[in-house]
Design a protein around this ligand. Structure first.
Ligand code: AMP
Length: 517
């Protein structure tokens, strides 16, 4: 096996970008992975899912735009290993003059790359090819390339929180090693996600006759690990934020246990316990200034026992035993009317809605399980901003009407499903106008086009079939609720989930989630 070339990866990435079918994408990537050695496979899987093994290396979108304009090299010579090493060197640059040194390294790298390789590197460094759905396709490709059953690989990725590490282990140690992977206290696993429910009645019908009903707190997801006196706190995307949440660390440190993993939400609250606006929670994450209170809804490990394969009710008993005082309010409900009543109460108390959960559901790490369904007073979906049009009249000179894309579950670019200029305050218009330029990929007379970066929460009355939009589905009465800096494009609502909101047909609009009939 010769050393794998950057050109091989760029060619595969190009092929994946051009085909729409998941099977062909998987096959193309598996083909490449079979040619990668143990040293290369972690790097290649990371790159193809749009990530750098080094994490952020401090090469921003705007500096990239200037530095990457080098005349392309004629012949491909860069190996995967050599490029990876350059990224490591760039990441290690610190101190005075670091911008210049970094710029020099980037310039040199682009000068040694062919046009196709430059295109790939630009996408990789700018985050443009970062797509969670693509990580799913790469996971399937690792399974195909190593002849290990896909569910075994997927489980290992969820538990280790790392696709590159899993790919490497699959190649060096095989299926048994993946099977033997367990939870490690201190190492984050991917959080379970929720599916939007079309209505209270539907969620209860699907998960009942008895459901666990939690208030849905409007904060930010946290996963807290404690091993003895060692405590770490991770975000939804597994970023370590231990230093930013001292109150969480203090409270978890006082719990009566040796080791525990808790899943929950952190939120800024007023003195009388009402939730404060989401923006305050997000800013608390950044500066550690706002006291952020933890509220837990699940327990994944307690004193040596892994609980993710236990039914929810068992996990909740463990949660009660160890952190009953920090639990999100929750009750067992046995009727649709009961669900509707608690839904109204949760909203009246200032919460975002409710989560309806199946009592016997396992913890589906990293997946959008149907055993957790979220219900809010209005449907909201998280969409990617694809472009923005210049406003007219009072909004002249401001970027106003935004184009909205849903995630392609097969790893392609976001699929446009609508536009909106509703729900925007003057402050928001000014913000859009100020920051959109940093992520611009081009413009024409009316519109500025953006790379997938911003996720915005949009309220809708529903969806309808559409022949105008490429996904066959369009939003009805879309308006902006808020931007979601805690979410990345791969966390956006998928086009399949959007189509599913139409499951009950056009009359569903008359049976909103708050109605009890
Ligand atoms: P969404 O962000 O709208 O997809 O809703 C799912 C999120 O709701 C989860 O990732 C949690 O951060 C949050 N959440 C709030 N309360 C709960 C709860 N009781 N159970 C599960 N998730 C919750």
């Amino acid at each position: 096996m010769g050393a794998l070339l950057l050109g091989d990866v760029a060619a595969t990435s190009g092929r994946v970008g051009q085909t729409r079918g998941r099977t062909e994408k998987t096959a193309a990537i598996a083909d490449l992975l079979r040619r990668a050695g143990a040293e290369e496979i972690a790097t290649v899987t990371a790159w193809l899912s749009g990530e750098l093994p080094q994490g952020r290396i401090g090469v921003g979108w705007s500096s990239l735009r200037n530095l990457s304009r080098q005349p392309p090299a004629v012949a491909a010579g860069l190996t995967v290993a050599a490029v990876d090493e350059v990224f490591t060197r760039i990441a290690a640059v610190h101190g005075p003059g670091s911008a210049g040194i970094r710029a020099g390294l980037v310039t040199e790298l682009f000068a040694a790359a062919t046009a196709d390789e430059q295109h790939f590197l630009r996408g990789l460094l700018s985050g443009e090819i970062r797509q969670g759905a693509l990580a799913g396709v790469v996971t399937d490709a690792v399974a195909a390339a190593t002849a290990i059953p896909t569910p075994v690989v997927r489980r290992a990725v969820m538990l280790s929180g790392s696709l590159p590490a899993t790919a490497r282990l699959a190649v060096t140690d095989g299926a048994d090693a993946l099977d033997a992977l367990g939870i490690v206290v201190g190492r984050p696993l991917m959080p379970m996600l929720a599916t939007p429910a079309a209505s209270v009645a539907q969620a209860w019908e699907e998960l009942g006759p008895t459901v666990v009903l939690d208030a849905k707190y409007d904060g930010a997801r946290i996963q807290v690990h404690r091993n003895g006196s060692e405590i770490s706190v991770f975000t939804r995307s597994l970023r370590d934020i231990t230093g930013a949440v001292p109150e969480v660390v203090r409270l978890v440190g006082e719990l009566p246990c040796r080791s525990v993993i808790l899943d929950g939400e952190t939120m800024a609250v007023t003195d009388d316990g009402r939730p404060r606006p989401f923006q305050e929670t997000m800013s608390g994450f950044g500066d550690g200034g706002t006291a952020l209170q933890p509220y837990f809804f699940d327990c994944l490990h307690l004193d040596g026992a892994d609980l993710i394969d236990e039914p929810l009710v068992e996990r909740l008993s463990a949660l009660d035993a160890v952190a009953g005082g920090l639990r999100i309010p929750s009750s067992a409900v046995t009727s649709a009317a009961g669900v509707a009543e608690l839904f109204d109460a949760a909203v009246a108390a200032g919460h975002e809605g409710v989560m309806v959960k199946a009592p016997d559901g396992r913890y589906a790490a990293g997946r959008r399980g149907r055993t957790w369904q979220k219900i809010k007073p209005v449907h909201t979906v998280d969409l990617v901003v694809l472009a923005a049009e210049w406003g007219s009249g009072r909004r002249r000179g401001r970027l106003s009407n935004i184009h909205l894309g849903a995630r392609d579950p097969d790893g392609g670019p976001p699929i446009m499903v609508g536009k909106t200029f509703k729900g925007m305050t003057d402050e928001l218009l000014a913000w859009q106008t100020a920051v959109f330029g940093e992520h611009e990929t081009g413009r024409d007379e009316h519109t500025v086009y953006l790379r997938p970066h911003f996720v915005v929460e949009i309220a809708i009355d529903g969806v309808q079939r559409s022949t105008r939009y490429p996904g066959g589905v369009a939003l009805r009465f879309a308006r902006v609720v808020r931007y979601r800096p805690d979410k990345a494009p791969d966390d956006a609502t998928s086009v399949v989930e959007l189509r599913d909101l139409d499951r009950d047909g056009p009359t569903r609009r008359d049976r909103g989630p708050t109605r009890r009939d």
